[in-house]
Design a protein around this ligand. Structure first.
Ligand SMILES: Nc1ncnc2c1ncn2[C@@H]1O[C@H](COP(=O)(O)OP(=O)(O)OP(=O)(O)O)[C@@H](O)[C@H]1O
Length: 231
C-alpha cells in the first residue's frame, strides 16, 4: 500500500501541487490526469525517487521512502520499481535479449537460453523469436513492447508509466493497457500519467493533479485525494 500524505512540490516560486493526499493499493491502476504542465510527470518522478519533494511523506507499506539514504533509494528503485516511458528508455544499441537481461541481471547470473520467463514475456508481447534483434531497428510500437516485456520479467511491485501510449497506435495501446492490467492482477500497483481518455477509463481510479481530486474511482472508500493546486 502506498500512502501519499500532504505532499507538496515547487520549482522556485512556482507551486505545482500542494497537500496532495492519495492512497494507491496493490493491484490498483491509477491514472494521473490534468492539463499539460500541471505536474503529472513530476509526481511520478517523486514516487520513483527521481525527484525530491518539498514536504509531506510517501509511505510504502508504512515506511517513508522520501527519507531513505541514497543507497537505500537505489535499492528501492532496483527492487521495487518498473518504468514505462513514451520514449521507451531502452538500450538502443543492444539486442532485445540484452534489454531484458538488464531488468533481472540475468546476463551476469545465468547463461543465455536459461533466462527465466524471458521467452514467455516476449511471447506475451508478440516478439517471441526476435531476441537477437537490435532495438534500434525496431518500430516505436515494437520498442514499447520490449519495454513491456522488461516489466513482465522484472515483476516490480510498483510501475510508473509516463505517457506510455502517447506515440502508439490503437493495437499497441491496447496491449500496453492489457499488460499493465495483468501486472496489477499479480499485486503490482500501476500509476499512469496520461492525456488519453480511454487509457484513463481503463484504470480503476483517476487523480486530477491540477485540482488534487479523484475524478473517478471504481474502488470503495480507501482512495481519497484532497490536495490543492496553485499555479
Ligand atoms: N527540474 C525542473 N526544474 C524546473 N522546472 C521543472 C523541472 N521539472 C519540471 N519542471 C516544470 O514543472 C512543470 C510540470 O512539469 P511536468 O512535466 O511534471 O508536467 P506534466 O503535467 O507531466 O506535463 P505534460 O502533460 O505536458 O507531460 C512544467 O512547467 C515544467 O517545466
Amino acid at each position: 500500500m502506498i500512502s501519499i500524505e500532504n505532499l507538496s512540490k515547487s520549482f522556485g516560486p512556482r507551486t505545482l501541487w500542494s497537500e496532495v493526499n492519495l492512497t494507491i493499493r496493490p493491484e490498483e491502476m491509477l491514472a494521473l490526469v490534468g492539463p499539460s504542465g500541471t505536474g503529472k510527470s513530476t509526481l511520478l518522478n517523486c514516487l520513483g525517487l527521481l525527484e525530491t519533494t518539498d514536504s509531506g511523506r510517501i509511505l510504502v507499506d508504512g515506511h517513508d521512502i522520501t527519507r531513505l539514504s541514497i543507497s537505500a533509494r537505489r535499492r528501492f528503485r532496483r527492487d521495487n520499481l518498473g518504468y514505462l516511458f513514451q520514449n521507451y528508455a531502452l538500450i538502443d544499441n543492444a539486442t532485445i535479449a540484452a534489454n531484458l537481461d538488464v531488468a533481472t541481471d540475468a546476463g551476469r547470473l545465468r547463461p543465455a537460453g536459461r533466462r527465466a520467463g524471458h521467452h514467455e514475456a516476449l511471447e506475451r508481447v508478440g516478439l517471441a523469436g526476435r531476441e537477437k534483434e537490435k532495438v534500434h531497428y525496431l518500430s516505436g510500437g515494437e520498442q514499447q513492447r520490449v519495454a513491456l516485456a522488461r516489466l513482465i520479467v522484472k515483476k516490480p511491485s510498483l510501475v510508473l508509466a509516463d505517457e506510455p501510449t502517447g506515440a502508439l497506435d490503437k493495437d499497441n495501446t491496447a496491449l500496453v493497457v492489457d499488460v499493465l492490467r495483468d501486472l496489477s492482477h499479480t499485486g503490482c500497483a500501476v500509476v499512469i500519467a496520461t492525456h488519453q481518455d480511454h487509457v484513463r477509463d481503463s484504470c480503476d481510479t483517476a487523480f486530477a493533479v491540477d485540482t488534487g481530486h479523484l475524478t473517478h474511482t471504481t474502488l470503495p472508500e480507501v482512495n481519497v485525494g484532497n490536495g490543492s493546486h496553485r499555479q
